[in-house]
Design a binder for this molecule. Sequence first.
Ligand SMILES: Nc1ncnc2c1ncn2[C@@H]1O[C@H](COP(=O)(O)OP(=O)(O)OP(=O)(O)O)[C@@H](O)[C@H]1O
Ligand SMILES: [Mg+2]
Length: 197
Amino acid sequence: MATIANANTKGGVAKTTSTIMLGAAAVHRGHTVNFVDADHQGSASSWVNQVKTEQPDLPIELTVANMATLRGLGDDKLNIIDTPPGNPALIDRAIAVADFVVIPTTPSLGDIERVWETLEIIPSGTPAAVLLTQVNSQAVLAKQIREYLESEGVMVFPESIPRRELFRKIYGQWPENDARQMLGYEDVFDNIMEVLS
Ligand SMILES: Nc1ncnc2c1ncn2[C@@H]1O[C@H](COP(=O)(O)OP(=O)(O)OP(=O)(O)O)[C@@H](O)[C@H]1O
Ligand SMILES: [Mg+2]
């Protein structure tokens, strides 16, 4: 199967949330997922461990990654990598082993600068797309940022992830196969699989 990396050199842009949500979407679609935690903060690890304690039968695994294990990821499962902010070597390595890179970002001008920085380290042959997250539905800025990125030739997922209190509460839990909990991540996952097929 494939390897998807969630990467952005900026912190707090929903890399970990997107990792888990895309993994949940994959499981809902019948895949077995290997969550790969490359962030020494271990947020994805504790989230996955908490879920596995409560639902041991879910088809999910956890790999705590470093420079070496990132290179040796198997291809029998769908690997979804969570990367740390501000660790260029690990971000580089995660991107290098990925078949698709998701770049989560909030729709703020300061964060968009870091999107460029992240795009620069993605090899030209690797598909990548920006995922606008924590989007306030009233905000004009998100629409303008999307148009700007697209006009510069950057792929942006057609669906944006709304800003919702739910995401702050869902930490450590497994999102149900329900559109009200997935809030667009299933469409993002389907998009990625379409590109990879
Ligand atoms: N769509 C959303 N709506 C509201 N809050 C969100 C949303 N997505 C993520 N959050 C919240 O934003 C915060 C940062 O998210 P997250 O930890 O996933 O970011 P990160 O990029 O992994 O951060 P770090 O760089 O520290 O690893 C968390 O409190 C999370 O619950
Ligand atoms: Mg994180």
